[in-house]
Design a protein around this ligand. Structure first.
Ligand SMILES: Cc1cc2nc3c(=O)[nH]c(=O)nc-3n(C[C@H](O)[C@H](O)[C@H](O)COP(=O)(O)O)c2cc1C
Length: 218
C-alpha cells in the first residue's frame, strides 16, 4: 500500500477522497525535502507528556537522545505539545492536504515550519491506553495539512510505560510502523521503555542509554 491508497486529492487539491482508486497524488511533492545524511542534521523532537520536564519519563528519554545528538553535531528543535496551545484537526479539508490549516496555533506557526525543514522527526510519548498520548495524536493528525511534503524524512520513536508485559507496546509499535510506512519515512530507531512508570525507574533503566546512543550514532 502506498499513500495514494489512503488519501488522494485532485490536482487542484480541492477534493479529498478516502480509499478511492483515482490514483492522483496527495500533494505536489516536487520540492519535497531531501534528507541530508551524516552530520549536521536538523532534528525536530516532539514531546507530548503533560508531566514537568524533571518528572516526565518520556522527556527523560528525549533529553538523553538530544544530548547524544548534540554531541554528534546535530541541531535540535524541541516542541512541547502538552505545553502549547494546539488544536485537533477538524477534518474540514481547508488545507486540501497541502495548504494552510484553519488554525494559526503553535502547530501551524512553530512546529510545521520546523518539521518541513527537518531531516529527522522524533516522536516522544508516554503510553496512554496502548497508544500515543492525546497530545501526540493531535500533532500527528495535523500532519494532514502537509502530508506529502513530510514524506521522505527520517523518524524515531521514544516511549515509556508503566507496565512490563511483553505486549505492553505491541499496539503503539504497530501504529508507529504503519505511520512510518504511510509517511514514507525511514525509521532510525525505536525505544520502548517498559517498567518506566516514574522518573527514577527510567533513570535506572537501560533505555536512557539506548536513546543517547541512537542520538550519538546519527
Ligand atoms: C491516561 C493514562 C493512560 C496510561 N496508559 C498506560 C498503558 O496503557 N500502559 C502502561 O503501561 N502505562 C500506562 N500509563 C502510564 C504511563 O505510560 C507511564 O506512567 C509513563 O511513564 C508516563 O510518562 P510521562 O511521565 O512521560 O508522562 C498511562 C498513564 C495515563 C495517565
Amino acid at each position: 500500500m502506498n499513500r495514494r491508497e489512503f488519501l488522494k486529492v485532485t490536482c487542484t487539491g480541492a477534493i479529498t477522497l478516502f480509499l478511492s482508486g483515482c490514483g492522483l497524488a496527495a500533494a505536489d511533492d516536487s520540492d519535497k525535502k531531501i534528507v541530508s545524511e551524516g552530520k549536521g542534521m536538523k532534528i525536530v523532537v516532539i514531546n507530548s507528556s503533560p508531566h514537568a520536564d524533571r518528572e516526565s519519563t518520556s522527556k527523560y528519554l528525549s533529553q538523553r537522545f538530544s544530548e547524544g545528538a548534540k554531541s554528534a553535531g546535530h541541531e535540535i528543535f524541541t516542541f512541547d505539545a502538552a505545553a502549547e496551545e494546539i488544536n485537533p484537526c477538524q477534518g474540514c479539508d481547508h488545507c486540501g492536504m497541502d495548504g494552510d490549516c484553519i488554525f494559526s496555533d503553535a502547530i501551524s506557526e512553530k512546529l510545521m515550519p520546523k518539521m518541513l525543514d527537518a531531516d529527522l522527526l522524533v516522536l516522544v510519548t508516554p503510553l496512554y491506553y496502548f497508544g500515543f498520548s492525546a497530545q501526540m495524536k493531535t500533532v500527528i493528525d495535523r500532519f494532514y495539512a502537509r502530508t506529502g511534503r513530510l514524506h521522505g524524512k527520517k523518524s524515531l520513536i521514544l516511549a515509556t510505560a508503566w507496565n512490563t508485559a511483553d505486549w505492553t507496546f505491541t499496539s503503539l509499535k504497530t501504529h508507529y510502523e504503519t505511520l512510518v510506512r504511510y509517511m514514507e519515512w525511514q525509521d532510525v530507531g525505536q525505544v520502548y521503555g517498559t517498567g518506566c512508570g516514574y522518573r527514577s525507574a527510567v533513570e535506572n533503566s537501560q533505555f536512557g542509554d539506548a536513546a543517547y546512543k541512537i542520538g550519538a550514532s546519527l
